[in-house]
Design a protein around this ligand. Structure first.
Ligand code: FEO
Length: 390
């Protein structure tokens, strides 16, 4: 377990979690990394720690460079336990290390998790000289917790960005020049959609706060380090923050006896006829976190459920709860569903989708038992008419 040198005096000393498949409900099919960074200067500094359970890996990597007991400074850019869980283990060895975090929320959160370790709260623009290097702290509240901040190091122009620009992507390659770059972009998009998306406004402010900084390296707390493709990941973040749409439509459903599925295909044909690219997600097979990643940039979403025990299906209720918490941009929606006798689910889906950000394209679309060809054609015609009237 060795450290990886990023540049003179700066090392990656994190942990690779090849086995992670669920991050508080987010399916992480590529695992993840918990990145920590070591700066060798007059003050030996650790930027972030790893998730509890990975302390030994981090300490072994630190030990390949320097005795962890010599650490003088720990910067906690974010108190969520996947980045702060290793702090007690470091403090157990480096007993006098000072822990810096965001004033207010950072101190409050770390105290709640680990007790009073004498945290030093820092505010916007505060600096900390490490010797040859200086850290400047930039709060990025609600990207995605109140305590989030980033740390910018000069010379070297390295942005330690914590969750921002991260990806749940385990690999032994550490930089964007070594890794499978298309996979890194896929995972960065999925990460933004599942973690950062509800906080687009705050992320926009954070991006604005970073304008004007010369950034040569972005060291996030998950995934690969950005070196040669910084303009590309910044451009992607700007497009996501701006809620830019693409030409896809997310059609999300579950089905019992293929009736709601047949309705989904009728709606698919309507969107196709109107020039969109529909994407279908049967929740029996698709994970919420993958659907959210694709739906993020869709202008329209259609959600359908059969009626089961006077309710929508649990899989659809689960998706709608997830969607309600994460959806960041305005969408028009289509609620639809089939039923045998009760028939409650289409209206339930309709009500669940209604919000300041989501407006109906047309009233809930319903079908009893097995829809006929004529009924399906009428559904397609109604949806297409509503689209053309937009
Ligand atoms: Fe990767 Fe918000 O923790």
């Amino acid at each position: 377990m060795n450290a990886m040198k990023i540049c003179e005096g700066v090392y990656w000393v994190g942990a690779v979690d090849w086995n992670l498949r669920n991050f508080h409900g987010y399916e992480t099919e590529k695992g993840s990394t918990y990145n920590a960074y070591l700066i060798i200067d007059e003050k030996i500094t650790l930027i972030d720690a790893v998730k509890a359970g990975f302390e030994e890996e981090m300490l072994a990597r630190i030990s390949s460079v320097i005795d962890p007991a010599k650490i003088d400074v720990i910067v906690s850019n974010h108190a969520e336990p996947d980045h702060s869980g290793g702090i007690p283990a470091v403090r157990a060895l480096a007993k006098n290390a000072k822990v810096y975090c965001a004033a207010g929320a950072g101190v409050k959160d770390l105290t709640a998790y680990y007790g009073d370790l004498g945290y030093i709260g820092v505010k916007a623009g505060e600096t900390l000289s490490l010797g040859k290097h200086t850290l400047t702290f930039v709060p990025t509240p609600m990207v995605h917790w109140p305590d989030n901040m980033v740390s910018y190091m000069t010379p070297g122009n390295i942005l330690f960005s914590n969750d921002a620009f991260g990806q749940h992507y385990a690999s032994d390659e550490r930089t964007d020049t070594e890794c499978d770059l298309p996979e890194a972009y896929i995972q960065a998009r999925k990460y933004y959609a599942n973690i950062v998306q509800p906080y687009g406004m705050q992320t926009g402010k954070a991006l604005a706060a970073l304008e004007g900084l010369q950034i040569d390296t972005i060291c996030p707390s998950h995934g690969i380090i950005w070196t040669q493709h910084i303009p590309d990941i910044l451009a992607l973040y700007r497009s996501w923050v701006a809620n830019e749409y693409d030409d896809t439509v997310a059609i999300v459903f579950d089905t019992m006896w293929h009736s709601t599925e047949a309705m989904a295909h009728a709606i698919e044909s309507a969107f196709l006829a109107c020039g969109f690219k529909p994407r279908l997600y049967n929740l029996h097979y698709c994970h919420n976190s993958d659907v959210i990643a694709d739906a993020m940039t869709a202008k329209y979403i259609a959600v359908g459920s059969p009626t089961l025990n006077n309710n929508m299906m649990p899989s659809v209720a689960s998706f709608l709860t997830y969607f309600k918490g994460l959806n960041g941009n305005k969408k028009k929606f289509v609620a639809f569903g089939s039923y045998g006798w009760g028939g409650q689910s289409p209206d339930q889906v309709f009500e669940a989708l209604k919000s300041p950000k989501c407006e109906p394209l047309l009233p809930a679309v319903k079908c009893a038992y097995k829809p006929t060809r004529e009924q399906l054609d009428k559904i397609a015609a109604d949806v297409a008419a509503a689209l053309r009237a937009e």
